[in-house]
Design a protein around this ligand. Structure first.
Ligand SMILES: CC(C)(COP(=O)(O)OP(=O)(O)OC[C@H]1O[C@@H](n2cnc3c(N)ncnc32)[C@H](O)[C@@H]1OP(=O)(O)O)[C@@H](O)C(=O)NCCC(=O)NCCS
Length: 198
């Protein structure tokens, strides 16, 4: 993945959308809840449950965002297993999504993706905050995830959001030319609000 980081113009993306942040809470982050029109300076965006009719579009975004994407089967299994899966939709456009799994008092973030055309505009951070909000609502105290050691944008996003590097899984991911890539294991306490974790 490229580390070139073209930042958006002020006023673009999540901060100017219907899912804009309001203090530390998300406006319109409830499932299926469209934000007030007056808050929407950019295209309104909403967070919707991932359902089977979206899978085609999810797979298309997945293939555009990863060198080793999840297959259609992964997403079908996700829905069959009842994992928590949410879409970020702006108008008719699927802009991103995340998938998380609940454990006893923890959650595991399995997939967090922003479509390439919408990256670098704050949507990844917003999806992570939405995941946090859900995780707290189901009583989780800790969030866990794995990320490729080479995935600098994702590592930065997670670290800025309060995730800490706590381990390494050797040869966890498939990579180019049949070699494998290590995963950084990260975790984050959900007991403090995001602002206190930075
Ligand atoms: C990683 C990903 C989810 C980030 O989403 P995004 O919407 O582009 O990120 P945001 O605009 O919300 O940026 C949030 C933070 O991420 C980091 N970041 C985002 N893009 C970056 C880039 N290209 N290079 C370096 N850091 C980056 C920055 O720390 C940024 O904080 P800042 O605005 O204070 O600089 C997105 O790039 C993506 O979907 N990539 C492909 C799939 C993937 O790798 N998913 C993660 C798997 S673990």
């Amino acid at each position: 993945m490229s580390t070139a980081h073209g930042r958006p113009q002020a006023g673009a993306g999540a901060a100017a959308s219907g899912l804009a942040r309001n203090g530390d809470s998300l406006v319109g982050a409830e499932d299926g809840c469209r934000a007030p029109a007056e808050a929407a300076l950019g295209p309104p965006a909403e967070l919707l449950p991932m359902t089977p009719e979206w899978i085609e579009r999810v797979v298309a975004v997945e293939q555009s965002a990863y060198s080793h994407p999840w297959s259609r089967r992964h997403f079908e299994d996700t829905l069959a297993a009842g994992y928590h899966a949410r879409l970020l939709v702006g108008g008719e456009t699927l802009m991103g999504y995340y998938v998380a799994m609940k454990g006893v008092d923890e959650v595991h973030l399995l997939n967090l993706t922003v479509a390439p055309a919408h990256q670098g505009q704050g949507w990844g951070r917003l999806l992570l905050e939405a995941m946090d909000t859900w995780a707290r609502s189901v009583g989780a105290q800790t969030a866990w995830l794995e990320v490729r050691v080479s995935n600098e944008p994702a590592l930065r996003l997670y670290e800025r959001h309060g995730y800490r590097r706590v381990g390494l899984r050797r040869a966890y991911y498939p990579a180019a030319r049949g070699v494998r890539e290590d995963a950084v294991v990260m975790c984050c306490s959900l007991e403090e609000p995001p602002g206190c974790r930075r």
